[in-house]
Design a binder for this molecule. Structure first.
Ligand code: SF4
Length: 445
């Protein structure tokens, strides 16, 4: 029996910022030894059409659903069965099932083993739903499948799952529920010690959901002499002890979802807690003093946004010398309350924009209140372009605590900005999927 794990690409072009998709290392470790496993990541390579594959497992996000369905169609025509997992099939079960043979809803641990056994016995069901909360002490990974894929040079590690917040546009809470889980710190330390990379990226949606456990982890990282980065919420800058631990343990960067500078927008998206006790710029300075390079993420299109919001936000990000920035139109995705609200208000331009052949990456998907959809699309593209001009890159470099703290940091800053500048332009306006025919394995070998 042969199983193919496949990551579908959003576009036709390769992604230079792709990181290791941990879910397949988890599935590979949980697949019986006598099953042959192959892994193709379309962000980094062509996916061949291999007639010897019995079962194809695809991880599907809303932005990659169209491409996932195209791949499924070609493999099913060849006689293989196709299973899909991830956020999109979890929330759009009927849609996904019209393109595949089975879906996995929620965490795959435990359910995957059952699915493989059922498939072998010729009794695979159409829906496998995770009913238990997977114990992260039992997290096993087979990273050998990532060899030679050319991912970004960082070890991707998961410490925990879940988030204590419930932002309107986010589906993390709907996917994981309100349960917050962390792995034993000793397991994480052991995993890092076995890796060659000296830089670790914690993939957790919010590693600070339990600050005591976060502190326990950071204390354990100090002797390892690694640098690390993560995703965080800005509220943690209010905890001075945590800030000291970030610096001592080697925290070099953080992706922070600021989302908006407008308090009305933050309130509407249920993210007002981010600035409750301390304004953004005070929190940013505290983090930068601790050596943290900030990758700020912003969304546009909430009700208080106007065409002026783009320039105000870019000014803010450049003035605060952010390491990187993301400026995106609000995307209503299934599973998030935002999607239901905009649909109920009749403001979605296409109910299933991810399947619409006319949709292009970066396009507005709904009618904002304070501007037209066209202004939202163009404003986001303008913001990304402005943030990555040569002048902006040069200006932002000059923060001695972060971007130009040493030569290594400065080199990393420049390389990352050039990659992100290129990606921002390359992705804009591209069709999702791309409808490329898979190359038959014989010809591709
Ligand atoms: S956007 Fe971030 S902070 Fe908000 S619910 Fe999602 S993971 Fe949590």
């Amino acid at each position: 029996m042969k199983i193919a794990f496949v990551v579908p690409n959003m576009f036709k072009t390769r992604a230079f910022d792709a990181i290791e998709p941990l879910v397949f290392a988890i599935l590979a470790a949980r697949t019986p030894d006598d099953v042959e496993v192959v892994f193709w990541d379309e962000r980094r390579e062509d996916v061949p059409l291999d007639p010897t594959v019995d079962l194809v497992a695809l991880t599907v996000e809303t932005h990659t659903a169209r491409r996932a369905y195209q791949i499924a169609r070609q493999y099913r025509a060849l006689g293989a069965a196709v299973v899909m997992g991830g956020h999109h099939p979890t929330f759009m079960a009927d849609e996904a099932l019209s393109h595949c043979d089975a879906i996995v809803r929620g965490d795959a641990e435990g359910v995957w083993e059952e699915l493989v056994a059922d498939f072998r016995a010729g009794r695979m069901r159409s829906v496998y739903t995770q009913t238990e909360t997977a114990d992260l002490a039992d997290l096993r990974l087979d990273r050998s499948i990532f060899k030679g894929k050319g991912y970004a040079p960082a070890t991707v590690i998961q410490y925990g799952r879940g988030c204590k917040f419930n932002c309107e546009f986010c589906s993390i809470r709907a996917f994981y529920g309100s349960c917050l889980r962390q792995r034993p710190v000793a397991d994480v330390v052991d995993e890092i010690e076995r890796m060659n990379h000296r830089h670790v990226f914690f993939i957790d949606d919010n590693i600070f959901v339990d600050t005591d456990k976060a502190k326990e982890l950071f204390r354990a990282l100090i002797p390892l002499n690694v640098t690390w980065s993560c995703q965080m919420s800005i509220d943690i800058a209010q905890d001075r002890e945590l800030m000291k631990l970030l610096e001592k343990s080697g925290c070099a960067g953080a992706l922070i979802g600021f989302e908006s500078l407008n308090p009305e927008n933050l309130k509407q998206m249920r993210k007002g807690w981010g600035v409750k006790r301390q304004d953004y710029e005070t929190s940013i300075r505290i983090l930068q003093d601790a050596g943290v390079m900030i990758y700020g993420s912003f969304v546009f299109g909430y009700d208080a946004d106007t065409p002026d919001s783009f320039a105000e936000t870019v000014d803010f990000a450049v003035r605060n010398r952010f390491f990187l920035g993301n400026f995106a139109g609000l995307m209503p995705t299934p599973g998030a309350k935002l999607y239901d609200r905009l649909r109920d208000e009749g403001r979605l331009l296409h109910e299933r924009w991810w399947l619409d052949p006319d949709f292009r990456y970066g396009n507005a998907t709904f009618v904002p209140r304070g501007m037209t959809p066209r202004q939202l699309t163009d404003g986001c593209h303008w913001a990304r372009t402005q943030f990555y001009t040569a002048g902006s890159i040069f200006h932002r470099l000059w923060d001695r605590d972060t971007n130009i703290r040493n030569l290594h940091r400065a080199g990393y800053y420049l390389a990352a900005n050039l990659v992100f500048r290129r990606e921002a332009q390359a992705k804009h306006g591209q069709i999702l999927g791309g409808d490329m025919a898979l190359v038959p394995a014989e010809a591709g070998d």
